[in-house]
Design a protein around this ligand. Structure first.
Ligand code: BYC
Length: 329
């Protein structure tokens, strides 16, 4: 919904506390469920938080193409290759929606990309782990896309319109990705002993990094409080993590795989599954650039950026030419 009151001019003639009054009105409106659009007034902190989170999200989508992309040439059948190609292409598309949505906040995509290539912007920790077997492709679909959906569904209710709308479309595609991952693993779990072992080994490696995807515990989350006041985050990191574990444990039982956490058990009183301690030291090590693949991921993107110069130049030249033809008939 377009909220006109967010778009109006200074609130006071004498110029006193204009921004403070606007901020209070802004927060009140956001709390009441109004959607903020690009031309509306917004506090500078809101704009910065959105640029940070949305660009990190976009970077995660395009860096996330790499681990699965490694298996396109090695997919076991033509059908699996076609599915994987389409999935990786979808992730690239998600990156494009999100870069475009971020640009509505007055920042250029080139600048955002430079921040990524120079280590000034983060992307999801999960994509710094290697894909060592074909089962990893299924586990990424099942667990990683599953975690992404859990996080992204509340973002469809985010107060910023362009981000919320991008999320609606992305969630539909992610939900298909999650199902194809589950289906791939289900087929392997009904296959040979070697295939079952491959799946279990993959689940053992990806489980904890997936649990970490939701970010630090609420007590250590620096942005949650403001993001919730501004209606960017609707659900906390810990709540999302718990919801993910609650829906995933029964799925693991159906597949017949063990989750590598001996502390997982149903807690009747809480109505949730209990689970073990997350290794936060590992999480921060990976987030700070020292995971198994951080260097390779950025290197691959830098190479693609440099080798793509001619494509970007050709597109610009073509676009300019079209404009000249348009103007002169
Ligand atoms: N990895 O205050 P907090 C996909 C950082 S891709 C790295 O709780 P916030 C897919 C955080 O940025 C979809 N860094 O932060 C693609 C902050 O550092 P800065 C990926 C993390 O923002 C291909 C600091 O820790 N999804 O689906 O309130 C194939 C403190 O955290 C991580 C998204 O990007 C992490 N995991 O909450 C398959 C979702 N967690 O910025 C699938 C969008 C935290 O101050 N993002 N940090 O330097 C979000 O929802 C939120 O940003 C988070 C973190 C829940 C992740």
């Amino acid at each position: 919904m377009y909220n006109q009151s967010l778009d109006k001019g200074p609130l006071k003639d004498d110029g006193r506390d204009q921004d403070e009054d606007r901020r209070i009105e802004f927060e009140h409106n956001v709390l009441a469920g109004y959607t903020v659009e690009p031309k509306d007034w917004m506090p500078e902190g809101y704009r910065k938080t959105l640029i940070r989170q949305m660009s990190q999200h976009a970077h995660s989508e395009v860096i996330g193409m790499l681990p699965e992309g490694d298996w396109i040439l090695r997919a076991p059948t033509l059908k699996r290759k076609a599915i994987l190609l389409a999935k990786v292409q979808d992730e690239g598309g998600h990156g494009l929606y999100l870069y475009s949505a971020t640009e509505t906040l007055g920042v250029s995509r080139d600048l955002l990309y430079e921040d990524l290539l120079h280590g000034r912007a983060k992307y999801s920790s999960i994509f710094n782990y290697p894909t060592l077997s074909w089962a990893d492709v299924g586990v990424i679909g099942w667990l990683v896309d599953g975690a992404a959906i859990m996080n992204q569904i509340p973002l469809t209710q985010c107060s910023y319109g362009p981000y919320a709308r991008a999320m609606v479309r992305i969630c539909k595609e992610e939900s298909f990705h999650q199902r194809q991952g589950f289906e791939l693993l289900n087929e392997m779990m009904n296959g040979s002993e070697k295939q079952k072992e491959m799946v279990q080994n993959s689940v053992n490696r990806w489980w904890w990094p997936t649990v970490m995807m939701f970010g630090p515990e609420d007590k250590d989350s620096v942005h949650s409080k403001e993001s919730r006041t501004w209606g960017i985050k609707r659900v906390t990191n810990d709540e999302l993590r718990q919801n993910f574990i609650d829906v995933t444990v029964p799925q693991a039982e159906i597949l017949g795989v063990d989750l590598p956490d001996p502390d997982i058990r149903w807690n009747e009183e809480r109505g949730h599954y209990d689970f073990g301690e997350v290794d936060w030291t590992e999480f921060w090590r990976v987030v700070s650039g020292h995971g198994p693949c951080n260097r390779d991921r950025i290197e691959a993107k830098r190479k693609a950026w440099e080798e793509g110069v001619w494509v970007r130049e050709a597109i610009m030249a073509h676009a300019l030419n079209e404009k000249v033809v348009d103007r002169h008939g």
